[in-house]
Ligand binder design. Structure first.
Ligand code: CP
Ligand code: NVA
Length: 305
Protein backbone atom coordinates (compact mmCIF):
# COMPACT_ATOMS: atom_id res chain seq x y z
CA UNK A 1 0.00 0.00 0.00
CA UNK A 2 1.28 3.46 -0.90
CA UNK A 3 2.19 5.52 2.16
CA UNK A 4 0.57 8.95 2.34
CA UNK A 5 2.75 11.89 3.34
CA UNK A 6 2.01 15.59 3.91
CA UNK A 7 5.09 17.26 2.45
CA UNK A 8 3.42 20.07 0.51
CA UNK A 9 -0.09 21.48 0.68
CA UNK A 10 -0.85 20.12 -2.79
CA UNK A 11 -0.26 16.54 -1.57
CA UNK A 12 -3.90 16.50 -0.37
CA UNK A 13 -7.07 17.02 -2.40
CA UNK A 14 -9.97 19.28 -1.51
CA UNK A 15 -11.96 16.22 -0.32
CA UNK A 16 -9.10 15.13 1.92
CA UNK A 17 -8.89 18.61 3.47
CA UNK A 18 -12.64 18.65 4.01
CA UNK A 19 -12.32 15.36 5.84
CA UNK A 20 -9.39 16.64 7.97
CA UNK A 21 -11.30 19.82 8.84
CA UNK A 22 -14.38 17.82 9.84
CA UNK A 23 -12.23 15.58 12.05
CA UNK A 24 -10.53 18.69 13.50
CA UNK A 25 -13.91 20.08 14.55
CA UNK A 26 -14.81 16.84 16.28
CA UNK A 27 -11.39 16.28 17.92
CA UNK A 28 -11.29 19.91 19.13
CA UNK A 29 -14.78 19.58 20.64
CA UNK A 30 -13.75 16.39 22.47
CA UNK A 31 -10.64 18.14 23.81
CA UNK A 32 -12.60 21.21 24.93
CA UNK A 33 -15.04 19.03 26.86
CA UNK A 34 -12.24 17.04 28.52
CA UNK A 35 -13.20 13.80 26.73
CA UNK A 36 -10.37 11.32 26.44
CA UNK A 37 -9.76 10.27 22.80
CA UNK A 38 -6.87 7.86 22.34
CA UNK A 39 -6.97 6.52 18.76
CA UNK A 40 -3.14 6.50 18.57
CA UNK A 41 -2.63 4.56 21.79
CA UNK A 42 0.80 2.83 21.65
CA UNK A 43 1.79 4.73 18.48
CA UNK A 44 4.98 6.78 18.33
CA UNK A 45 5.67 10.09 16.61
CA UNK A 46 9.30 11.02 15.94
CA UNK A 47 9.90 14.76 15.60
CA UNK A 48 13.13 15.85 13.90
CA UNK A 49 14.10 19.50 14.27
CA UNK A 50 16.96 21.07 12.36
CA UNK A 51 15.63 24.58 13.13
CA UNK A 52 14.18 26.20 16.26
CA UNK A 53 10.50 25.93 17.17
CA UNK A 54 8.01 26.71 19.90
CA UNK A 55 4.57 26.12 18.38
CA UNK A 56 5.39 23.22 16.09
CA UNK A 57 7.15 21.18 18.72
CA UNK A 58 4.56 21.90 21.37
CA UNK A 59 1.55 21.23 19.17
CA UNK A 60 2.90 17.96 17.77
CA UNK A 61 4.19 16.67 21.11
CA UNK A 62 1.10 17.65 23.11
CA UNK A 63 -1.14 16.52 20.25
CA UNK A 64 0.38 13.03 20.08
CA UNK A 65 0.13 12.64 23.85
CA UNK A 66 -3.50 13.76 23.80
CA UNK A 67 -4.23 11.09 21.14
CA UNK A 68 -2.80 8.45 23.47
CA UNK A 69 0.59 8.09 21.79
CA UNK A 70 4.15 9.11 22.53
CA UNK A 71 6.40 11.68 20.88
CA UNK A 72 10.20 11.57 20.65
CA UNK A 73 12.20 14.72 19.94
CA UNK A 74 15.42 14.55 17.93
CA UNK A 75 17.57 17.47 16.87
CA UNK A 76 20.64 17.82 14.73
CA UNK A 77 22.88 18.76 17.64
CA UNK A 78 22.34 15.64 19.76
CA UNK A 79 21.81 12.95 17.13
CA UNK A 80 23.78 11.41 14.29
CA UNK A 81 21.70 13.54 11.90
CA UNK A 82 24.11 16.40 12.51
CA UNK A 83 27.17 14.21 11.90
CA UNK A 84 26.63 13.32 8.29
CA UNK A 85 24.50 10.16 8.44
CA UNK A 86 22.73 10.00 5.07
CA UNK A 87 19.10 11.10 5.19
CA UNK A 88 18.13 7.86 3.43
CA UNK A 89 19.74 5.74 6.17
CA UNK A 90 18.16 7.81 8.92
CA UNK A 91 14.76 7.37 7.28
CA UNK A 92 15.15 3.59 7.10
CA UNK A 93 16.04 3.34 10.78
CA UNK A 94 13.68 5.93 12.24
CA UNK A 95 10.69 4.65 10.29
CA UNK A 96 11.24 1.08 11.55
CA UNK A 97 10.83 2.27 15.15
CA UNK A 98 7.93 4.69 14.80
CA UNK A 99 4.48 5.13 13.29
CA UNK A 100 4.75 8.67 11.96
CA UNK A 101 7.52 11.26 11.53
CA UNK A 102 7.47 15.06 11.51
CA UNK A 103 10.48 16.96 10.16
CA UNK A 104 11.49 20.63 10.31
CA UNK A 105 14.51 21.19 8.11
CA UNK A 106 16.15 23.39 5.47
CA UNK A 107 15.72 22.34 1.84
CA UNK A 108 12.49 20.63 0.81
CA UNK A 109 14.67 18.08 -0.99
CA UNK A 110 15.78 16.70 2.41
CA UNK A 111 12.26 15.87 3.50
CA UNK A 112 11.39 14.44 0.07
CA UNK A 113 14.42 12.11 0.27
CA UNK A 114 13.48 11.08 3.82
CA UNK A 115 9.89 10.33 2.77
CA UNK A 116 11.04 8.28 -0.23
CA UNK A 117 12.89 5.97 2.20
CA UNK A 118 10.33 5.93 5.01
CA UNK A 119 8.01 3.07 5.92
CA UNK A 120 5.68 5.47 7.72
CA UNK A 121 3.95 8.79 6.90
CA UNK A 122 6.09 11.93 6.99
CA UNK A 123 4.77 15.43 7.79
CA UNK A 124 6.50 18.67 6.80
CA UNK A 125 6.87 20.80 9.95
CA UNK A 126 8.48 23.61 7.87
CA UNK A 127 11.14 23.74 5.21
CA UNK A 128 12.73 26.71 3.48
CA UNK A 129 10.11 26.31 0.77
CA UNK A 130 6.84 25.33 2.52
CA UNK A 131 4.94 25.32 5.83
CA UNK A 132 1.81 23.27 5.09
CA UNK A 133 0.76 22.56 8.71
CA UNK A 134 0.58 26.30 9.39
CA UNK A 135 -1.64 26.98 6.39
CA UNK A 136 -3.84 24.05 7.43
CA UNK A 137 -4.33 25.77 10.80
CA UNK A 138 -4.80 29.19 9.18
CA UNK A 139 -7.53 28.00 6.82
CA UNK A 140 -9.26 26.09 9.60
CA UNK A 141 -9.14 29.26 11.71
CA UNK A 142 -10.56 31.36 8.86
CA UNK A 143 -13.38 28.84 8.46
CA UNK A 144 -14.19 28.92 12.18
CA UNK A 145 -14.51 32.71 12.13
CA UNK A 146 -15.92 33.44 8.68
CA UNK A 147 -16.99 30.18 6.98
CA UNK A 148 -15.64 28.60 3.79
CA UNK A 149 -12.54 30.24 2.29
CA UNK A 150 -13.59 29.26 -1.25
CA UNK A 151 -14.00 32.39 -3.40
CA UNK A 152 -12.35 34.67 -0.82
CA UNK A 153 -9.18 36.77 -1.24
CA UNK A 154 -6.10 36.63 0.97
CA UNK A 155 -3.41 39.36 0.94
CA UNK A 156 0.15 38.21 1.48
CA UNK A 157 2.34 41.17 2.54
CA UNK A 158 6.12 40.80 2.84
CA UNK A 159 8.51 38.02 1.97
CA UNK A 160 7.57 35.43 -0.67
CA UNK A 161 8.74 32.75 1.75
CA UNK A 162 7.64 29.25 2.79
CA UNK A 163 4.31 30.63 4.08
CA UNK A 164 3.58 32.56 0.88
CA UNK A 165 4.41 29.58 -1.34
CA UNK A 166 2.07 27.41 0.69
CA UNK A 167 -0.77 29.94 0.55
CA UNK A 168 -0.42 29.93 -3.24
CA UNK A 169 -0.62 26.14 -3.36
CA UNK A 170 -3.64 26.21 -1.05
CA UNK A 171 -5.40 28.75 -3.30
CA UNK A 172 -5.14 26.29 -6.17
CA UNK A 173 -6.44 23.32 -4.16
CA UNK A 174 -9.20 25.14 -2.25
CA UNK A 175 -10.22 27.71 -4.87
CA UNK A 176 -9.51 31.17 -3.47
CA UNK A 177 -7.37 34.15 -4.56
CA UNK A 178 -4.10 35.57 -3.20
CA UNK A 179 -2.85 39.15 -3.61
CA UNK A 180 0.92 39.14 -3.16
CA UNK A 181 2.99 42.24 -2.42
CA UNK A 182 6.73 41.85 -1.81
CA UNK A 183 9.63 44.29 -2.02
CA UNK A 184 11.46 44.24 -5.36
CA UNK A 185 13.82 41.27 -5.55
CA UNK A 186 11.90 39.23 -2.95
CA UNK A 187 9.06 38.01 -5.19
CA UNK A 188 7.52 34.59 -5.71
CA UNK A 189 9.64 31.88 -7.29
CA UNK A 190 7.21 30.28 -9.79
CA UNK A 191 9.07 26.96 -9.61
CA UNK A 192 8.05 26.56 -5.97
CA UNK A 193 4.35 27.17 -6.37
CA UNK A 194 3.66 24.93 -9.37
CA UNK A 195 1.13 25.78 -12.01
CA UNK A 196 -0.81 28.72 -10.65
CA UNK A 197 -3.76 30.06 -12.54
CA UNK A 198 -2.91 33.79 -13.00
CA UNK A 199 -6.49 34.59 -12.00
CA UNK A 200 -5.70 33.17 -8.56
CA UNK A 201 -2.48 35.06 -7.85
CA UNK A 202 -2.29 38.80 -8.44
CA UNK A 203 0.98 40.63 -7.76
CA UNK A 204 0.98 44.22 -6.43
CA UNK A 205 3.96 46.57 -6.14
CA UNK A 206 2.08 48.55 -3.47
CA UNK A 207 1.14 46.65 -0.27
CA UNK A 208 -1.78 49.01 0.39
CA UNK A 209 -3.26 48.19 -3.02
CA UNK A 210 -2.81 44.48 -2.27
CA UNK A 211 -4.98 44.81 0.87
CA UNK A 212 -7.87 46.59 -0.84
CA UNK A 213 -11.09 44.59 -0.44
CA UNK A 214 -9.45 41.39 0.81
CA UNK A 215 -10.95 39.02 3.39
CA UNK A 216 -7.73 38.11 5.19
CA UNK A 217 -4.42 39.96 5.60
CA UNK A 218 -1.42 37.80 6.33
CA UNK A 219 2.25 38.51 6.92
CA UNK A 220 5.35 36.91 8.41
CA UNK A 221 8.85 37.81 9.55
CA UNK A 222 11.08 39.68 7.11
CA UNK A 223 13.89 37.18 7.66
CA UNK A 224 13.07 33.49 7.88
CA UNK A 225 15.18 30.92 9.70
CA UNK A 226 18.25 30.05 7.67
CA UNK A 227 18.45 33.50 6.02
CA UNK A 228 19.85 35.43 9.00
CA UNK A 229 22.87 36.64 7.00
CA UNK A 230 20.46 38.77 4.95
CA UNK A 231 18.89 40.41 7.98
CA UNK A 232 20.29 43.94 7.60
CA UNK A 233 19.61 44.14 3.85
CA UNK A 234 16.08 42.86 4.43
CA UNK A 235 15.34 45.42 7.15
CA UNK A 236 16.00 48.15 4.61
CA UNK A 237 14.18 46.50 1.72
CA UNK A 238 11.06 45.57 3.73
CA UNK A 239 10.56 48.86 5.61
CA UNK A 240 7.34 49.71 3.71
CA UNK A 241 5.93 46.20 4.06
CA UNK A 242 4.62 46.63 7.61
CA UNK A 243 0.94 45.72 8.00
CA UNK A 244 -0.63 48.74 9.70
CA UNK A 245 -4.05 50.20 10.46
CA UNK A 246 -4.22 51.91 7.06
CA UNK A 247 -3.77 48.58 5.27
CA UNK A 248 -6.44 46.96 7.44
CA UNK A 249 -8.77 49.93 6.81
CA UNK A 250 -8.86 49.32 3.04
CA UNK A 251 -9.54 45.59 3.46
CA UNK A 252 -13.07 44.23 3.72
CA UNK A 253 -14.48 45.51 7.07
CA UNK A 254 -14.88 41.85 8.10
CA UNK A 255 -11.25 41.05 7.22
CA UNK A 256 -9.13 39.06 9.66
CA UNK A 257 -5.42 39.47 10.36
CA UNK A 258 -3.15 36.41 10.71
CA UNK A 259 0.53 35.84 11.42
CA UNK A 260 2.06 32.38 11.94
CA UNK A 261 4.25 33.75 14.79
CA UNK A 262 6.77 34.50 16.14
CA UNK A 263 6.10 38.17 15.28
CA UNK A 264 8.23 41.29 15.42
CA UNK A 265 5.97 44.20 16.35
CA UNK A 266 7.13 47.35 14.56
CA UNK A 267 8.67 45.38 11.70
CA UNK A 268 6.27 43.30 9.59
CA UNK A 269 3.20 44.35 11.65
CA UNK A 270 2.27 47.13 14.04
CA UNK A 271 1.27 46.31 17.61
CA UNK A 272 -2.10 47.98 16.94
CA UNK A 273 -2.90 45.44 14.22
CA UNK A 274 -1.56 42.22 15.76
CA UNK A 275 -3.06 43.08 19.15
CA UNK A 276 -6.18 44.63 17.61
CA UNK A 277 -9.76 43.40 17.10
CA UNK A 278 -9.24 41.89 13.63
CA UNK A 279 -6.30 39.74 14.72
CA UNK A 280 -6.93 36.03 15.33
CA UNK A 281 -3.31 35.03 15.91
CA UNK A 282 -3.94 33.19 19.20
CA UNK A 283 -6.73 31.07 17.71
CA UNK A 284 -4.44 30.45 14.76
CA UNK A 285 -1.66 29.22 17.06
CA UNK A 286 -4.03 27.03 19.11
CA UNK A 287 -5.50 25.47 16.01
CA UNK A 288 -2.09 24.04 15.09
CA UNK A 289 -2.79 21.54 17.88
CA UNK A 290 -6.24 20.55 16.68
CA UNK A 291 -5.58 20.33 12.92
CA UNK A 292 -2.38 18.34 13.40
CA UNK A 293 -4.18 15.84 15.65
CA UNK A 294 -6.67 15.29 12.83
CA UNK A 295 -3.83 15.08 10.30
CA UNK A 296 -1.92 12.49 12.33
CA UNK A 297 -5.08 10.43 12.91
CA UNK A 298 -5.75 10.50 9.17
CA UNK A 299 -2.21 9.58 8.13
CA UNK A 300 -1.82 6.77 10.66
CA UNK A 301 -5.32 5.26 10.70
CA UNK A 302 -6.92 6.43 7.46
CA UNK A 303 -10.57 7.41 7.39
CA UNK A 304 -12.19 6.63 10.76
CA UNK A 305 -15.74 7.80 10.08
N1 CP B 1 4.46 29.13 13.46
C1 CP B 1 5.42 28.24 13.78
O1 CP B 1 5.67 27.27 13.07
O2 CP B 1 6.03 28.51 14.97
P1 CP B 1 7.33 27.79 15.59
O3 CP B 1 8.50 28.22 14.73
O4 CP B 1 7.41 28.29 16.98
O5 CP B 1 7.15 26.30 15.51
N1 NVA C 1 8.86 32.02 7.57
C1 NVA C 1 9.25 31.74 8.93
C2 NVA C 1 8.16 30.99 9.61
C3 NVA C 1 8.45 30.64 11.05
C4 NVA C 1 7.36 29.82 11.68
C5 NVA C 1 10.55 30.95 8.94
O1 NVA C 1 10.71 30.07 8.09
O2 NVA C 1 11.40 31.24 9.79
Amino acid sequence: MKIRHFLQFKDFTRDEFEYVFARTRWIKAQFKSYQKYWPLNDRTLVMIFEKASTRTRLSFEAGMQQLGGAAIYLNTRDSQLGRGEPVEDAAQVISRMSDIVMIRTFEQEIIERFAANSRVPVINGLTNEYHPCQILADIYTYTEHRGDIQGKTVAWIGDANNMCNTWLQAAEVLDFKVHVSTPPGYGVNPELVGSIDPARCQVFADPLAACRGVDLVNTDVWTSMGFEAENEARKEAFANWCVDAEMMSVANPEALFMHCLPAHRGEEVTAAVIDGPQSVVWDEAENRLHVQKALMEDLVLGCVT
